[in-house]
Design a protein around this ligand. Structure first.
Ligand code: NAD
Length: 455
Protein backbone atom coordinates (compact mmCIF):
# COMPACT_ATOMS: atom_id res chain seq x y z
CA UNK A 1 0.00 0.00 0.00
CA UNK A 2 1.52 3.38 -0.94
CA UNK A 3 1.70 6.23 1.57
CA UNK A 4 1.56 9.98 1.22
CA UNK A 5 3.74 12.19 3.42
CA UNK A 6 2.67 15.78 4.03
CA UNK A 7 5.21 18.40 5.10
CA UNK A 8 4.88 21.96 6.30
CA UNK A 9 6.56 23.94 3.48
CA UNK A 10 7.64 26.73 5.83
CA UNK A 11 9.40 24.50 8.37
CA UNK A 12 9.92 21.19 6.58
CA UNK A 13 8.24 19.39 9.50
CA UNK A 14 6.40 16.17 8.74
CA UNK A 15 2.69 16.79 9.33
CA UNK A 16 1.24 13.38 8.53
CA UNK A 17 1.87 10.15 6.70
CA UNK A 18 -1.36 8.88 5.19
CA UNK A 19 -2.25 5.58 3.57
CA UNK A 20 -2.62 6.39 -0.12
CA UNK A 21 -4.78 4.84 -2.82
CA UNK A 22 -3.54 2.50 -5.51
CA UNK A 23 -5.26 1.46 -8.74
CA UNK A 24 -7.21 -1.33 -6.98
CA UNK A 25 -8.58 0.79 -4.16
CA UNK A 26 -9.53 3.54 -6.64
CA UNK A 27 -11.40 1.02 -8.79
CA UNK A 28 -13.25 -0.24 -5.69
CA UNK A 29 -14.27 3.31 -4.74
CA UNK A 30 -15.40 3.99 -8.31
CA UNK A 31 -17.61 0.86 -8.34
CA UNK A 32 -19.17 1.75 -5.00
CA UNK A 33 -19.77 5.36 -6.07
CA UNK A 34 -21.36 4.24 -9.34
CA UNK A 35 -23.68 1.89 -7.44
CA UNK A 36 -24.66 4.54 -4.89
CA UNK A 37 -25.31 7.37 -7.36
CA UNK A 38 -28.87 6.58 -8.56
CA UNK A 39 -30.28 6.55 -5.02
CA UNK A 40 -28.52 9.85 -4.28
CA UNK A 41 -29.95 11.42 -7.45
CA UNK A 42 -33.40 10.08 -6.59
CA UNK A 43 -33.50 11.87 -3.25
CA UNK A 44 -35.48 15.12 -3.29
CA UNK A 45 -33.25 18.08 -4.13
CA UNK A 46 -34.37 19.71 -0.88
CA UNK A 47 -32.56 16.94 1.05
CA UNK A 48 -29.33 17.51 -0.83
CA UNK A 49 -29.67 21.27 -0.23
CA UNK A 50 -30.21 20.66 3.50
CA UNK A 51 -27.05 18.53 3.61
CA UNK A 52 -24.96 21.29 2.02
CA UNK A 53 -26.47 23.77 4.47
CA UNK A 54 -25.32 21.52 7.36
CA UNK A 55 -21.87 21.32 5.76
CA UNK A 56 -21.76 25.14 5.66
CA UNK A 57 -22.65 25.30 9.36
CA UNK A 58 -19.88 22.81 10.17
CA UNK A 59 -17.31 24.86 8.23
CA UNK A 60 -18.30 27.90 10.29
CA UNK A 61 -18.04 25.91 13.53
CA UNK A 62 -14.57 24.54 12.71
CA UNK A 63 -13.28 27.57 10.80
CA UNK A 64 -10.28 28.38 12.97
CA UNK A 65 -8.94 24.82 13.12
CA UNK A 66 -9.46 24.41 9.36
CA UNK A 67 -7.56 27.65 8.71
CA UNK A 68 -4.64 26.45 10.81
CA UNK A 69 -4.47 23.13 8.96
CA UNK A 70 -4.48 24.98 5.65
CA UNK A 71 -1.65 27.27 6.73
CA UNK A 72 0.40 24.34 8.00
CA UNK A 73 0.13 22.31 4.84
CA UNK A 74 0.43 24.98 2.11
CA UNK A 75 2.25 27.83 3.90
CA UNK A 76 -0.56 30.33 3.33
CA UNK A 77 -0.47 33.21 5.86
CA UNK A 78 -3.01 32.48 8.59
CA UNK A 79 -5.00 35.67 7.94
CA UNK A 80 -5.36 34.61 4.28
CA UNK A 81 -6.38 31.06 5.26
CA UNK A 82 -9.18 32.59 7.34
CA UNK A 83 -10.09 34.77 4.36
CA UNK A 84 -10.38 31.67 2.19
CA UNK A 85 -12.75 29.97 4.64
CA UNK A 86 -14.79 33.15 5.04
CA UNK A 87 -14.86 33.58 1.25
CA UNK A 88 -16.14 30.03 0.89
CA UNK A 89 -19.39 30.90 2.67
CA UNK A 90 -20.87 33.23 0.01
CA UNK A 91 -20.00 30.60 -2.62
CA UNK A 92 -21.91 27.96 -0.70
CA UNK A 93 -24.76 30.42 -0.11
CA UNK A 94 -24.93 31.14 -3.82
CA UNK A 95 -25.25 27.45 -4.72
CA UNK A 96 -27.76 26.93 -1.90
CA UNK A 97 -29.91 29.83 -3.11
CA UNK A 98 -29.76 28.90 -6.80
CA UNK A 99 -29.93 25.10 -6.86
CA UNK A 100 -33.71 24.74 -6.71
CA UNK A 101 -34.45 27.17 -9.55
CA UNK A 102 -31.46 26.29 -11.75
CA UNK A 103 -31.88 22.52 -11.53
CA UNK A 104 -35.68 22.58 -11.87
CA UNK A 105 -37.27 21.13 -14.97
CA UNK A 106 -38.01 23.91 -17.51
CA UNK A 107 -41.28 23.97 -19.43
CA UNK A 108 -40.39 25.61 -22.77
CA UNK A 109 -43.46 24.91 -24.95
CA UNK A 110 -47.13 24.02 -24.46
CA UNK A 111 -49.45 24.26 -27.47
CA UNK A 112 -52.15 22.11 -29.05
CA UNK A 113 -51.54 19.15 -26.72
CA UNK A 114 -47.77 19.17 -27.31
CA UNK A 115 -45.49 20.01 -24.40
CA UNK A 116 -41.71 20.35 -24.35
CA UNK A 117 -39.55 20.37 -21.23
CA UNK A 118 -35.83 20.44 -20.41
CA UNK A 119 -34.76 18.26 -17.47
CA UNK A 120 -31.35 18.75 -15.85
CA UNK A 121 -30.24 15.30 -14.72
CA UNK A 122 -26.81 14.49 -13.25
CA UNK A 123 -23.87 13.38 -15.38
CA UNK A 124 -23.51 10.30 -13.13
CA UNK A 125 -20.07 9.58 -11.68
CA UNK A 126 -17.64 12.50 -11.86
CA UNK A 127 -14.02 12.83 -10.81
CA UNK A 128 -12.39 15.95 -9.45
CA UNK A 129 -8.59 16.29 -9.51
CA UNK A 130 -7.71 19.41 -7.60
CA UNK A 131 -4.99 21.98 -6.86
CA UNK A 132 -3.45 23.10 -3.54
CA UNK A 133 -3.38 26.90 -3.82
CA UNK A 134 -7.02 27.58 -2.84
CA UNK A 135 -8.09 24.06 -1.91
CA UNK A 136 -11.40 25.05 -0.27
CA UNK A 137 -12.41 27.27 -3.18
CA UNK A 138 -11.44 25.07 -6.09
CA UNK A 139 -12.70 21.83 -4.53
CA UNK A 140 -16.04 23.25 -3.44
CA UNK A 141 -16.53 24.88 -6.87
CA UNK A 142 -16.77 21.31 -8.17
CA UNK A 143 -17.75 18.96 -5.36
CA UNK A 144 -20.67 21.00 -4.00
CA UNK A 145 -22.57 21.72 -7.25
CA UNK A 146 -21.79 18.19 -8.47
CA UNK A 147 -23.41 16.71 -5.36
CA UNK A 148 -26.36 19.11 -5.46
CA UNK A 149 -27.01 18.06 -9.05
CA UNK A 150 -27.16 14.40 -7.98
CA UNK A 151 -23.74 13.12 -9.05
CA UNK A 152 -21.42 10.80 -7.17
CA UNK A 153 -17.92 12.24 -6.83
CA UNK A 154 -14.44 10.76 -6.69
CA UNK A 155 -12.39 13.61 -5.24
CA UNK A 156 -8.61 13.70 -5.32
CA UNK A 157 -7.21 16.71 -3.52
CA UNK A 158 -3.70 17.85 -4.31
CA UNK A 159 -1.00 15.78 -2.62
CA UNK A 160 0.05 19.12 -1.03
CA UNK A 161 -3.40 19.87 0.44
CA UNK A 162 -4.71 16.44 1.38
CA UNK A 163 -5.34 17.25 5.05
CA UNK A 164 -7.74 19.96 3.91
CA UNK A 165 -9.25 17.49 1.44
CA UNK A 166 -9.79 15.01 4.28
CA UNK A 167 -11.60 17.66 6.32
CA UNK A 168 -13.80 18.61 3.38
CA UNK A 169 -14.89 15.00 2.87
CA UNK A 170 -15.30 14.35 6.60
CA UNK A 171 -17.59 17.36 6.99
CA UNK A 172 -19.69 16.49 3.94
CA UNK A 173 -20.11 12.91 5.17
CA UNK A 174 -21.04 14.15 8.65
CA UNK A 175 -23.58 16.48 7.05
CA UNK A 176 -25.27 13.52 5.39
CA UNK A 177 -23.59 12.70 2.07
CA UNK A 178 -23.41 8.87 1.99
CA UNK A 179 -19.84 7.58 2.23
CA UNK A 180 -19.92 5.90 -1.17
CA UNK A 181 -21.39 8.96 -2.94
CA UNK A 182 -18.33 11.07 -2.13
CA UNK A 183 -15.02 9.19 -2.02
CA UNK A 184 -11.67 10.69 -1.10
CA UNK A 185 -8.80 9.54 -3.29
CA UNK A 186 -5.41 10.05 -1.63
CA UNK A 187 -2.22 10.34 -3.63
CA UNK A 188 -0.26 12.30 -6.21
CA UNK A 189 0.01 12.11 -9.98
CA UNK A 190 -0.16 8.31 -10.09
CA UNK A 191 -3.45 8.29 -8.18
CA UNK A 192 -4.76 11.00 -10.53
CA UNK A 193 -3.75 8.95 -13.56
CA UNK A 194 -5.46 5.85 -12.09
CA UNK A 195 -8.61 7.90 -11.52
CA UNK A 196 -8.74 8.68 -15.23
CA UNK A 197 -8.88 4.94 -15.95
CA UNK A 198 -12.22 4.58 -14.17
CA UNK A 199 -15.54 4.55 -16.07
CA UNK A 200 -16.31 8.18 -15.18
CA UNK A 201 -18.87 10.45 -16.86
CA UNK A 202 -17.01 13.70 -16.22
CA UNK A 203 -13.54 14.87 -15.26
CA UNK A 204 -13.15 18.25 -13.60
CA UNK A 205 -9.56 19.36 -13.17
CA UNK A 206 -7.88 22.37 -11.58
CA UNK A 207 -4.12 22.65 -11.92
CA UNK A 208 -1.27 23.39 -14.27
CA UNK A 209 -1.42 23.57 -18.04
CA UNK A 210 1.09 20.73 -18.37
CA UNK A 211 -1.01 18.33 -16.26
CA UNK A 212 -4.24 19.54 -17.89
CA UNK A 213 -2.91 18.69 -21.33
CA UNK A 214 -1.71 15.29 -20.09
CA UNK A 215 -5.20 14.59 -18.78
CA UNK A 216 -6.84 15.71 -22.04
CA UNK A 217 -4.52 13.37 -23.93
CA UNK A 218 -5.26 10.47 -21.56
CA UNK A 219 -9.02 10.93 -22.06
CA UNK A 220 -8.81 11.37 -25.83
CA UNK A 221 -10.89 8.72 -27.52
CA UNK A 222 -13.28 8.46 -24.58
CA UNK A 223 -16.48 10.48 -24.59
CA UNK A 224 -16.04 11.87 -21.10
CA UNK A 225 -17.05 15.44 -20.33
CA UNK A 226 -13.83 17.33 -19.61
CA UNK A 227 -13.28 20.62 -17.80
CA UNK A 228 -9.83 22.10 -17.26
CA UNK A 229 -9.21 25.15 -15.07
CA UNK A 230 -5.58 25.98 -15.68
CA UNK A 231 -3.00 28.69 -15.20
CA UNK A 232 -2.70 32.26 -16.36
CA UNK A 233 -0.38 35.17 -17.07
CA UNK A 234 -2.93 37.78 -16.19
CA UNK A 235 -2.27 41.35 -17.36
CA UNK A 236 -3.48 44.68 -16.10
CA UNK A 237 -3.14 48.09 -17.74
CA UNK A 238 -2.95 51.45 -15.97
CA UNK A 239 -4.14 54.23 -18.26
CA UNK A 240 -2.83 57.80 -18.15
CA UNK A 241 -6.04 59.04 -16.49
CA UNK A 242 -5.92 56.50 -13.61
CA UNK A 243 -5.10 57.39 -10.03
CA UNK A 244 -1.57 55.92 -9.81
CA UNK A 245 -1.67 55.43 -6.05
CA UNK A 246 -5.02 53.63 -5.96
CA UNK A 247 -4.02 51.48 -8.96
CA UNK A 248 -0.63 50.64 -7.42
CA UNK A 249 -2.13 49.59 -4.09
CA UNK A 250 -4.73 47.42 -5.78
CA UNK A 251 -2.29 45.81 -8.21
CA UNK A 252 0.46 45.17 -5.65
CA UNK A 253 -2.10 43.19 -3.64
CA UNK A 254 -3.33 41.45 -6.81
CA UNK A 255 0.22 40.44 -7.68
CA UNK A 256 1.44 39.36 -4.23
CA UNK A 257 -1.61 38.07 -2.30
CA UNK A 258 -1.28 34.36 -1.41
CA UNK A 259 2.43 34.92 -2.14
CA UNK A 260 1.50 35.28 -5.82
CA UNK A 261 0.18 31.72 -5.96
CA UNK A 262 -3.28 32.43 -7.38
CA UNK A 263 -4.44 31.36 -10.82
CA UNK A 264 -5.68 34.94 -11.28
CA UNK A 265 -2.72 36.73 -9.69
CA UNK A 266 -1.73 39.81 -11.62
CA UNK A 267 1.38 38.63 -13.46
CA UNK A 268 2.10 41.50 -15.88
CA UNK A 269 1.48 45.24 -15.53
CA UNK A 270 1.47 47.79 -18.36
CA UNK A 271 1.54 51.45 -17.42
CA UNK A 272 1.02 54.44 -19.68
CA UNK A 273 4.29 56.44 -19.70
CA UNK A 274 2.79 59.62 -18.21
CA UNK A 275 1.91 57.86 -14.92
CA UNK A 276 4.62 55.19 -15.00
CA UNK A 277 7.06 56.71 -12.52
CA UNK A 278 4.38 57.76 -10.03
CA UNK A 279 2.80 54.31 -10.28
CA UNK A 280 6.12 52.53 -9.67
CA UNK A 281 6.85 54.72 -6.64
CA UNK A 282 3.48 53.87 -5.04
CA UNK A 283 3.80 50.22 -6.02
CA UNK A 284 7.17 49.95 -4.25
CA UNK A 285 5.84 51.73 -1.19
CA UNK A 286 2.99 49.22 -0.98
CA UNK A 287 5.26 46.22 -1.50
CA UNK A 288 7.66 47.53 1.16
CA UNK A 289 4.76 47.28 3.62
CA UNK A 290 4.23 43.55 2.97
CA UNK A 291 5.59 41.50 5.87
CA UNK A 292 7.35 38.31 4.82
CA UNK A 293 7.65 35.61 7.43
CA UNK A 294 6.15 32.82 9.49
CA UNK A 295 2.77 31.91 7.95
CA UNK A 296 1.36 31.39 11.46
CA UNK A 297 2.16 35.00 12.39
CA UNK A 298 -0.97 37.16 12.24
CA UNK A 299 0.91 40.02 10.55
CA UNK A 300 2.49 37.94 7.76
CA UNK A 301 1.39 38.82 4.24
CA UNK A 302 3.91 36.76 2.22
CA UNK A 303 4.26 33.18 3.47
CA UNK A 304 5.96 30.08 2.11
CA UNK A 305 6.11 29.01 -1.51
CA UNK A 306 4.16 25.77 -1.24
CA UNK A 307 6.25 23.68 -3.62
CA UNK A 308 10.04 23.92 -3.37
CA UNK A 309 10.67 23.44 -7.14
CA UNK A 310 8.76 26.67 -7.80
CA UNK A 311 11.67 28.57 -6.20
CA UNK A 312 13.84 27.36 -9.10
CA UNK A 313 11.26 28.70 -11.58
CA UNK A 314 11.31 32.09 -9.83
CA UNK A 315 15.14 32.18 -9.72
CA UNK A 316 15.26 31.34 -13.43
CA UNK A 317 12.77 34.08 -14.35
CA UNK A 318 14.72 36.62 -12.28
CA UNK A 319 18.05 35.63 -13.86
CA UNK A 320 16.56 35.69 -17.37
CA UNK A 321 15.03 39.14 -16.85
CA UNK A 322 18.30 40.52 -15.48
CA UNK A 323 20.32 39.01 -18.32
CA UNK A 324 17.97 40.70 -20.82
CA UNK A 325 18.32 44.14 -19.26
CA UNK A 326 15.39 44.46 -16.83
CA UNK A 327 15.83 46.70 -13.78
CA UNK A 328 15.44 44.90 -10.45
CA UNK A 329 13.94 47.33 -7.93
CA UNK A 330 13.11 44.95 -5.09
CA UNK A 331 13.75 41.35 -4.06
CA UNK A 332 15.00 38.75 -6.50
CA UNK A 333 16.08 36.21 -3.92
CA UNK A 334 14.93 33.37 -1.66
CA UNK A 335 14.26 33.98 2.01
CA UNK A 336 14.20 31.58 4.98
CA UNK A 337 11.08 29.45 5.40
CA UNK A 338 10.83 28.52 1.71
CA UNK A 339 9.74 32.11 0.98
CA UNK A 340 10.60 34.40 -1.92
CA UNK A 341 11.21 38.10 -1.51
CA UNK A 342 8.57 40.32 -3.13
CA UNK A 343 10.25 41.05 -6.45
CA UNK A 344 9.60 44.03 -8.72
CA UNK A 345 11.11 44.64 -12.14
CA UNK A 346 10.75 47.57 -14.54
CA UNK A 347 12.17 47.91 -18.08
CA UNK A 348 10.80 44.49 -18.96
CA UNK A 349 9.62 43.22 -22.35
CA UNK A 350 8.05 40.15 -23.92
CA UNK A 351 11.37 38.45 -24.70
CA UNK A 352 11.54 37.67 -20.97
CA UNK A 353 10.02 34.56 -19.39
CA UNK A 354 8.85 36.86 -16.56
CA UNK A 355 6.35 38.40 -19.00
CA UNK A 356 5.36 35.19 -20.79
CA UNK A 357 5.31 32.20 -18.42
CA UNK A 358 3.26 31.83 -15.24
CA UNK A 359 5.45 32.86 -12.29
CA UNK A 360 3.19 31.65 -9.46
CA UNK A 361 5.16 33.62 -6.93
CA UNK A 362 5.51 37.19 -5.57
CA UNK A 363 7.28 38.41 -8.70
CA UNK A 364 6.07 41.10 -11.11
CA UNK A 365 7.23 42.96 -14.22
CA UNK A 366 6.03 46.52 -14.94
CA UNK A 367 6.27 47.63 -18.59
CA UNK A 368 5.89 51.18 -19.88
CA UNK A 369 3.49 51.61 -22.84
CA UNK A 370 2.58 54.54 -25.09
CA UNK A 371 -1.19 54.04 -25.06
CA UNK A 372 -4.26 51.82 -25.42
CA UNK A 373 -3.38 50.06 -28.68
CA UNK A 374 0.05 49.00 -27.50
CA UNK A 375 -1.42 47.87 -24.17
CA UNK A 376 -4.12 45.76 -25.83
CA UNK A 377 -1.61 44.18 -28.21
CA UNK A 378 0.67 43.24 -25.30
CA UNK A 379 -2.19 41.98 -23.14
CA UNK A 380 -3.24 39.66 -25.96
CA UNK A 381 0.34 38.54 -26.68
CA UNK A 382 -0.02 35.36 -24.60
CA UNK A 383 -1.15 31.76 -24.86
CA UNK A 384 -3.25 32.24 -21.71
CA UNK A 385 -6.51 34.10 -21.11
CA UNK A 386 -7.85 33.82 -17.58
CA UNK A 387 -8.34 37.45 -16.47
CA UNK A 388 -7.33 40.94 -17.58
CA UNK A 389 -7.92 44.40 -16.15
CA UNK A 390 -7.69 48.10 -16.78
CA UNK A 391 -7.44 51.03 -14.37
CA UNK A 392 -8.95 54.27 -15.67
CA UNK A 393 -11.55 56.85 -14.72
CA UNK A 394 -13.22 56.40 -18.11
CA UNK A 395 -15.74 53.53 -18.00
CA UNK A 396 -16.52 53.69 -21.72
CA UNK A 397 -12.84 53.52 -22.62
CA UNK A 398 -12.36 50.61 -20.21
CA UNK A 399 -15.23 48.66 -21.71
CA UNK A 400 -14.06 49.31 -25.28
CA UNK A 401 -10.57 48.18 -24.36
CA UNK A 402 -11.58 45.09 -22.42
CA UNK A 403 -13.90 44.02 -25.24
CA UNK A 404 -10.75 43.64 -27.35
CA UNK A 405 -8.93 41.53 -24.75
CA UNK A 406 -9.20 37.76 -24.91
CA UNK A 407 -9.89 36.54 -21.36
CA UNK A 408 -12.55 34.70 -19.38
CA UNK A 409 -12.95 37.51 -16.82
CA UNK A 410 -12.26 41.22 -17.23
CA UNK A 411 -11.91 43.86 -14.53
CA UNK A 412 -12.37 47.62 -14.44
CA UNK A 413 -10.44 49.19 -11.53
CA UNK A 414 -10.08 45.86 -9.73
CA UNK A 415 -8.18 42.59 -10.08
CA UNK A 416 -7.65 39.10 -8.63
CA UNK A 417 -11.37 38.83 -7.92
CA UNK A 418 -13.73 35.84 -8.20
CA UNK A 419 -17.51 36.11 -7.77
CA UNK A 420 -19.83 33.15 -7.15
CA UNK A 421 -22.41 34.88 -9.37
CA UNK A 422 -20.14 35.02 -12.43
CA UNK A 423 -18.76 32.16 -14.52
CA UNK A 424 -15.08 31.35 -13.96
CA UNK A 425 -13.48 30.27 -17.21
CA UNK A 426 -10.41 30.66 -19.35
CA UNK A 427 -9.43 31.19 -22.95
CA UNK A 428 -6.58 29.35 -24.71
CA UNK A 429 -4.20 27.57 -22.36
CA UNK A 430 -6.18 28.82 -19.35
CA UNK A 431 -8.60 25.99 -19.91
CA UNK A 432 -11.95 24.75 -21.12
CA UNK A 433 -15.32 24.72 -19.36
CA UNK A 434 -16.32 26.77 -16.32
CA UNK A 435 -17.29 26.74 -12.67
CA UNK A 436 -19.40 29.12 -10.55
CA UNK A 437 -22.54 31.06 -11.51
CA UNK A 438 -25.70 29.17 -12.42
CA UNK A 439 -23.75 27.84 -15.44
CA UNK A 440 -21.41 26.23 -12.90
CA UNK A 441 -24.36 24.23 -11.53
CA UNK A 442 -25.53 23.21 -14.98
CA UNK A 443 -21.97 22.10 -15.83
CA UNK A 444 -22.65 18.99 -13.71
CA UNK A 445 -25.88 18.13 -15.50
CA UNK A 446 -26.96 16.60 -18.76
CA UNK A 447 -29.97 18.23 -20.38
CA UNK A 448 -32.69 15.77 -21.33
CA UNK A 449 -35.28 16.88 -23.90
CA UNK A 450 -38.85 15.77 -23.15
CA UNK A 451 -41.39 15.77 -26.04
CA UNK A 452 -44.83 15.02 -24.58
CA UNK A 453 -47.91 14.68 -26.80
CA UNK A 454 -51.27 14.41 -25.09
CA UNK A 455 -53.19 11.46 -26.67
P1 NAD B 1 -0.58 20.36 -10.82
O1 NAD B 1 -0.93 20.29 -12.27
O2 NAD B 1 0.84 20.11 -10.45
O3 NAD B 1 -1.45 19.34 -9.98
C1 NAD B 1 -2.86 19.38 -10.01
C2 NAD B 1 -3.43 18.02 -9.69
O4 NAD B 1 -3.12 17.12 -10.75
C3 NAD B 1 -2.88 17.38 -8.41
O5 NAD B 1 -3.97 16.84 -7.69
C4 NAD B 1 -1.95 16.30 -8.95
O6 NAD B 1 -1.80 15.22 -8.07
C5 NAD B 1 -2.66 15.87 -10.21
N1 NAD B 1 -1.86 15.20 -11.22
C6 NAD B 1 -0.53 15.33 -11.47
N2 NAD B 1 -0.15 14.55 -12.51
C7 NAD B 1 -1.28 13.91 -12.94
C8 NAD B 1 -1.56 12.98 -14.00
N3 NAD B 1 -0.60 12.56 -14.83
N4 NAD B 1 -2.82 12.54 -14.16
C9 NAD B 1 -3.81 12.98 -13.35
N5 NAD B 1 -3.60 13.84 -12.33
C10 NAD B 1 -2.36 14.32 -12.13
O7 NAD B 1 -1.04 21.82 -10.32
P2 NAD B 1 -0.90 22.46 -8.87
O8 NAD B 1 0.53 22.82 -8.61
O9 NAD B 1 -1.63 21.67 -7.87
O10 NAD B 1 -1.71 23.81 -9.07
C11 NAD B 1 -1.15 25.01 -9.54
C12 NAD B 1 -1.69 25.35 -10.91
O11 NAD B 1 -3.12 25.36 -10.87
C13 NAD B 1 -1.30 26.74 -11.38
O12 NAD B 1 -0.93 26.67 -12.74
C14 NAD B 1 -2.59 27.53 -11.22
O13 NAD B 1 -2.66 28.65 -12.09
C15 NAD B 1 -3.62 26.51 -11.52
N6 NAD B 1 -4.92 26.88 -10.93
C16 NAD B 1 -5.94 27.25 -11.77
C17 NAD B 1 -7.15 27.64 -11.24
C18 NAD B 1 -8.27 28.07 -12.13
O14 NAD B 1 -9.39 28.19 -11.62
N7 NAD B 1 -8.06 28.31 -13.40
C19 NAD B 1 -7.34 27.63 -9.85
C20 NAD B 1 -6.29 27.23 -9.03
C21 NAD B 1 -5.08 26.86 -9.59
Amino acid sequence: MPTLALHNPATGALLAELPADDADSIATKARAARAAQPAWAARPLAERIAIVQRFRDAVVAEREALARTLTQEVGKPIAQSRNELNGLLPRLDFFLSQAATTLAEEPVFDEGGMRERIAHGPLGLVANISAWNYPWFVSCNVVVPALLAGNAVLYKPSEFATLTGQHLVRLLHAAGVPADVLALVVGGGAAGAALLEQPIDGLFFTGSVATGKRIAAALAGRLVKLQLELGGKDPSYVRADADPKAAAESLADGAMYNSGQSCCSVERIYVQEKVHDAFVEHFLATVDGFKVGDPMDEATYIGAIARAPQLDVLDAQVADAQAKGATLLRGGQRLPGNAYAPTVFTNVNHTMALMREESFGPVIGIQKVKGDDEAVALMNDTRYGLTAGVYTKDEAAAKALLARVSAGSVYWNCCDRVSPRLPWSGVGDSGIGLTLSTHGLLAFTRPKAWHLRQP
